[in-house]
Design a protein around this ligand. Structure first.
Ligand code: SF4
Ligand code: SF4
Length: 306
């Protein structure tokens, strides 16, 4: 993948170089194409290894092959496994019909069973912090621990986090989380240290199928549009992009996805909205109410003087 390079941008997107001078970096992000995820969890492991994230339990969850349960302070990439009794649709290989290699068993499991074959499909998806265009976690942080980097990503600095937890309730995706030991908040940094050295994030580097793609966000959006069109042409009508639209409730995500079903199926909110959206209005109303109260008290005071 391309190493970060600097050139000018013409965009009013807040994460695009704001505060980083006249020659800001383009905005970088992730495009996670879940249609090619094989559930190997190399991304989870690479993330843990590179970021030295402590072990946070490897228990049997009973939920397919998912043993991390969801994103959290100790899990910055989470691979979801969804088992569905659903027809496979008309997905087909670009190479055409499968070739009989003369292996001992060629039929698909269940093909030789009398009656209708029970269709089954497995959806796998590697979730991560969305590095939102309008990031509520960043808006509410009172210490400046959360900040927007020169690459347009959202990073939390654990050394100046005071553990107040405001960011946890502000995140519309339930991503950022506090460690039990000291209450400090943690989440994916999109490998800020690696980006600074011109390297791609550890999860994207480790992914064997390129389900996780890292790059300049505009390029990733174009690539995602092409992939979606390809899947629709192949009859995969349920395929959709999630977080790609810059006009959605968070202004689009820096980490967006190609999904094969409704977002709720993957545990993602269908219409996320930046939770600080109404704050300016609320302050305006509160200011107006305070002004009216002061005027009333003043009138009362003056009335008593007479
Ligand atoms: S997904 Fe949550 S933690 Fe990540 S940038 Fe958006 S608001 Fe912040
Ligand atoms: S490394 Fe790639 S293929 Fe493996 S689980 Fe993660 S996203 Fe899926």
């Amino acid at each position: 993948m391309a190493a970060p390079q600097h050139h000018s941008l013409q965009s009013d997107d807040p994460p695009n170089g704001g505060g980083y001078g006249d020659d800001p970096s383009p905005r970088y992000g992730f495009f996670t194409d879940t249609s090619v995820c094989i559930g190997c969890k190399a991304c989870e492991v690479a993330c843990k290894e590179w970021n030295a994230i402590p072990e946070d339990g490897l228990e049997f969850s009973g939920n397919s092959y998912d043993n991390t349960g969801g994103l959290g302070a100790g899990t910055w990439r989470h691979v979801a496994f969804i088992e569905q009794r659903k027809p496979l649709g008309e997905q087909r290989s670009e190479a055409g019909a499968a070739v009989d290699l003369g292996l001992p068993e060629f039929a698909r499991p269940g093909d030789d069973v009398e009656g209708e074959r029970t269709e089954f499909r497995w959806l796998m998806s590697s979730d991560v912090c969305k590095h939102c265009t309008h990031a509520a976690c960043l808006d509410v942080c009172p210490t400046g621990s959360l900040f927007r980097t020169e690459f347009g990503t959202v990073v939390v600095q654990e050394d100046i986090c005071n553990g107040c937890g405001y960011c946890v309730s502000a995140c519309p995706y339930g991503v950022i989380d506090q460690r039990k030991e000291d209450g400090r908040a943690w989440k994916c940094t999109l490998c800020y240290d690696r980006l600074g050295e011109g390297m791609e994030p550890a999860c994207a580097k480790a992914c064997p199928t390129d389900s996780i793609q890292f790059g300049v966000l505009d390029d990733l959006r174009e690539r995602a549009d092409e992939r979606l069109a390809q899947l629709h042409d192949a009859g995969v009508d349920d395929a959709r992009l999630y977080g790609r639209d810059p006009d959605d409730g968070v202004g689009g995500d820096g980490a967006f996805f190609l999904l094969l079903d409704e977002p709720e199926v993957y545990g993602l909110p269908p219409n996320p909205v930046v939770t600080t959206r109404d704050l300016p209005q609320m302050w305006k109303h509160a200011g107006a109410a305070a002004g009216a109260m002061l005027a009333g008290l003043g009138a009362l005071f003056l009335g008593r003087q007479r």
